[in-house]
Design a protein around this ligand. Structure first.
Ligand code: FAD
Length: 494
């Protein structure tokens, strides 16, 4: 059978995912592909998802979205990393910052030099060698050439979807408001032919993007793609989310604080704070979650906490037939490392690169699915690491995650790091050496040895080098203004 060229893309769902896809395809295939987005005013978006990672800046550049404009429109603040408190042990904390820690030598990564320095009596935290980590802790930020900080944003999810909607519609994306009630399949091929709205209208298309959120209307509801459940590794399945007013200056980082049977996020925006408690319902009930959340909020409540339930895992095929699942429809990993929105943008870029303009080729679908699986599994392992590499034994929850078997890929990584100080990452993995080493060390996985090549540097030189680098970081950061001062100058919304 001849291939059908893809001329009309139909996106179902107008949350952050739907509009990110519409903006990406609308911009890059403008004039060559029709883009239609369907969303229902009666079905709210998930309403959370406000912390991002630095790849967001690259997506905006690709789409030529003016940064200051989108930050102003979404009441955004800057983010240099995530502060993890009480994860390794109660009372400990560390920063997983977005930047480079120390410098990478041909001889080995920086952790080996840091490890040797410790042995020589230099008691300096790993994060003190990272610009972003030190700037975050001091609450300073600026976009400058020197020092150049790697950053992301905290933004208002509802306002962001609205911004992207206006952006997409200006590119010619057509929005239909209405509830999809029926998905029509081709009886011969099983492909999706069209979606029927409650008011009776049917919208046909060549390629469908399922951005309908946890419902996964097309990929699961119609195509029965199947779901791989990862709850045995990531037992949290519920979140209570609530907004509060501000109680102090917005810090340039996300806070992730571990509690007895879960953890809490705090995401500062210019005008409010997004909060939530993620927990495992098999270890704690809603009453505990509600109480724990309220006890640990700093500003005045804005509304009542809202329960969101989820199943951690992923759709078995992200691209199935002529339908691609993106956003929550494709699966869910808890927001511990703020990766969900990134996974949408990375899926869009994958689609833009492999776009089936001349028709859907099975080999391309297979490659798309292979890349999606590899990406999700790498992120999954990274998130599991935060739970598993703990010394906490104060509750059944922590005893479970500390002692549970983890994926072989992760087990190998932890052992490699603990025994040899080495980390290997695959070419397409999101988290690189800097991320893995900061979280391993932050969680208390300290390499037993350093690579012997470090001994090529005399002890005195190592100490001088480490002290010099730390002082250089501190000096560079001392030139930066307070975070809020920079926001006022660059992207304040009022
Ligand atoms: P939704 O926002 O649920 O949108 C679904 C859309 O589908 C809506 O427009 C709805 O109207 C439409 N729809 C559904 N059914 C129909 C129908 N029958 N007919 C027509 N339209 C329909 N991500 C991050 O990157 N950082 C974070 O900090 C973060 N925190 C999170 C915290 C929690 C507790 C959760 C659950 C998620 C978090 N995420 C985070 C993930 C992030 O929220 C999502 O990836 C992002 O919002 C995209 O959601 P979505 O667009 O896929 O789904």
């Amino acid at each position: 059978m001849p291939m059908q060229p893809v001329k009309h893309v139909v996106i179902v769902g107008g949350g952050t995912a739907g509009w990110l896809v519409a903006a990406g395809v609308g911009k890059m295939y403008q004039g060559r592909v029709r883009v239609t987005l369907i969303e229902s005013d009666d079905i709210p978006t998930v309403g959370v998802g406000e912390a991002t990672i630095p790849t967001m800046t690259a997506y905006h550049k690709l789409l030529e979205i003016p940064e200051a404009e989108v930050l102003k429109a979404t009441h955004a603040t800057f983010k240099l990393g995530i502060n993890f408190k009480n994860w390794g042990e109660i009372g400990e904390d560390y920063m997983h910052a977005f930047g480079q820690v120390g410098r990478v030598f041909w001889a080995g990564e920086f952790q080996h030099f840091w490890r040797r320095g410790r042995e020589l009596g230099l008691n300096v935290s790993f994060g003190d060698f990272c610009l972003e980590s030190v700037a975050a802790k001091r609450g300073v930020f600026a976009i400058t050439e020197n020092p150049a900080l790697n950053y992301a944003f905290h933004l208002d999810a509802g306002l962001y979807a609205l911004y992207l909607r206006n952006f997409s519609e200006a590119l010619g994306v057509v929005r239909h408001e209405g509830k999809v009630e029926h998905v029509e399949l081709d009886p011969n091929t099983g492909d999706i032919l069209g979606v029927r709205l409650a008011r009776g209208e049917t919208i046909n298309g060549d390629l469908f993007i399922d951005c309908s959120g946890f419902r996964a209307l097309l990929s699961e509801g119609a195509l029965k793609t199947g779901y791989e459940n990862w709850q045995h590794w990531l037992p949290c399945d519920s979140a209570l989310a609530v907004q509060t007013g501000r109680s102090g200056p917005a810090v340039p980082y996300t806070k992730a604080t571990a509690h007895g049977s879960g953890w809490q996020w705090q995401i500062p925006l210019q005008n409010r704070v997004g909060n939530g408690l993620v927990y495992a319902s098999q270890f704690a009930d809603r009453e505990w979650a509600d109480m724990t959340l309220r006890e640990n909020l700093s500003g005045p409540l804005r509304g009542e906490p809202r329960l969101i339930e989820f199943v951690t895992g992923r759709r078995k095929l992200i691209w199935n037939k002529n339908c691609i699942a993106m956003g929550l429809a494709s699966g869910f990993l808890e927001p511990l490392e703020s990766t969900s929105i990134h996974m949408v943008t990375s899926a869009v870029i994958r689609l833009l690169r492999l776009f089936p303009l001349r028709g859907i080729q099975p080999v391309v679908v297979k490659e798309f699915n292979r890349q999606s699986k590899e990406e999700a599994e790498g992120i999954r392992d990274f998130i599991i690491l935060h739970y598993h590499a703990t010394r906490r034994d104060d509750t059944p929850f922590w005893n479970y995650v500390r002692t549970m078997p983890v994926p072989d890929t992760l087990q190998h990584r932890i052992e490699m790091f603990r025994e040899s100080g080495m980390i290997y990452v695959g070419g397409d993995e999101l988290f690189r050496h800097n991320g893995w080493s900061q979280v391993m060390i932050g969680q208390g996985v300290i390499p037993k040895i350093y690579q012997p090549i470090v001994d090529n540097m005399p002890d005195k030189e190592i100490i001088e080098y480490l002290n010099g680098f730390k002082n250089h970081v501190a000096k560079s950061v001392s030139t930066l203004p307070p975070h809020e001062q920079f926001i006022k100058r660059y992207c304040a919304f009022e």
